[in-house]
Design a binder for this molecule. Structure first.
Ligand SMILES: Nc1ncnc2c1ncn2[C@@H]1O[C@H](COP(=O)(O)OP(=O)(O)OP(=O)(O)O)[C@@H](O)[C@H]1O
Ligand SMILES: [Mg+2]
Length: 349
């Protein structure tokens, strides 16, 4: 389990992560969603001990990441936004090196590397230089690196970004399989991916918590709810009267075209009112010519929950850029380091 409490990261006056609290339960796949600049990578970098928080607490599988970084890191596999691969090593050399960093016992290293290469379908690439691999294969090498040492929890920052559609499907399948043995947290912009693969969705915006729930429950909770679209033949007044016997509806919800009256009805509490609507219209002698349900999808909910903040986001961004320039231009480009390669990175910003 991962517990995050009041996690905060400030760059100058700008909060990249702003008093964020959430919990990640074991054995589930979590989708970490948020618009560009929401603070996903910064949060993941702090959860994995690459970046020191300005304030707050992170407990990873029972270990405080600040107080017991080594023990905490041993339980996490991390695939950062840019896979931390060394282009001048072969795949096998690189993975053996990672196994060493992760303190996989010497006797087990070769077999561990082989096992992960098989799992990721990269055995044929074992002796190729990483620089000559395609992006998809580099990503797989990054995955293999994250899986070495069999960590309980996998943290994946946009694992499918930049891949072609076939590779995306393969990686998605891989994540589903990994979810059977590991707790997985993946960040993504692709909402369909998140609703397909993840058991839970955690949404943040401006570094702040917005929502955490199952994709289904989030869709249900959206203000959009369900909309029933009905078209019936007959007079507008008759259709309206018939509908009103079942559900609250106003004349403004109706449109009329060549003797067909269409209604767009907000259905309360996701009830299924199709049967009653159809019966009422039939009784009023207004035959139904079309009826369908439009369900709010995760995309609608996401936009609803994060809407209206884009301008504020841009303002924040401009301010941060000018502050970062004034303060310390060299210190604000933090290169992702290999997991376990070094202790908690000193954070200078
Ligand atoms: N080293 C840094 N110095 C200054 N500001 C930073 C630094 N790293 C991140 N930020 C700012 O913190 C905010 C959060 O950035 P972060 O990369 O965590 O967002 P993200 O949700 O991962 O975005 P994306 O979806 O684009 O990957 C942004 O406003 C970003 O500009
Ligand atoms: Mg990011």
């Amino acid at each position: 389990m991962i517990e995050v409490k009041n996690l905060t990261k400030k760059y100058g006056d700008h909060y990249a992560v702003d008093h964020l609290s959430f919990q990640v339960e074991d054995g589930q796949i979590y989708g970490f969603l948020g618009p560009n600049g929401a603070g996903k990578s910064t949060t993941m970098n702090m959860m994995t001990g690459y970046l020191a928080p300005t304030a707050g607490m992170i407990k990873v599988n029972g270990f405080d990441i600040m107080e017991e970084p080594e023990a905490a890191k041993r339980t996490i596999g991390y695939l950062p936004e840019l896979p931390p691969v060394y282009p001048d090593m072969t795949v096998r050399e690189y993975l053996a090196f990672c196994a060493e960093l992760k303190r996989v016992p010497k006797k087990e290293r070769l077999s561990a590397v082989k096992e992960k290469m098989m799992e990721l379908g990269i055995e044929d690439m074992a002796n190729r230089l990483i620089r000559n691999l395609s992006k998809g294969y580099k990503q797989r090498v990054g995955f293999a690196q994250a899986l070495l040492g069999d960590p309980q929890t996998l943290i994946l920052d946009e694992p499918t970004v930049g891949l072609d559609p076939k590779q995306i499907l393969e990686i998605r399948e891989l994540i589903r399989n990994l979810g059977k043995k590991h707790t997985v947290i993946l960040s993504s912009h692709i909402l369909s991916e998140v609703s397909e693969v993840c058991d839970r969705v955690l949404i943040i915006n401006h570094g702040r918590f917005v929502a955490c729930d199952s994709p289904d429950r989030l869709e249900m909770g959206g203000k959009g709810g369900t909309t029933l679209l009905v078209a019936a033949e007959g007079k507008r007044a008759d259709v309206l009267a018939a509908l009103r016997t079942v559900v609250q509806v106003t004349d403004g919800d109706l449109t009329e075209d060549q003797g067909v009256v269409s209604a767009s009805i907000d259905v309360p509490d996701r009830q299924d009112i199709r049967g009653r609507v159809s019966a009422a219209l039939f009784a009023a002698n207004c035959p139904v010519v079309e009826m369908r349900t439009k369900k709010a999808n995760l995309e609608d909910v996401f936009l609803e929950l994060t809407e209206g903040e884009e301008q504020a986001d841009q303002d924040d961004q401009e301010q941060t850029d000018s502050e970062a320039e004034q303060e310390s231009p060299a210190s604000d480009k933090e290169e992702p380091k290999l997991h376990g390669e070094e202790e908690q990175k000193e954070d200078q910003a």
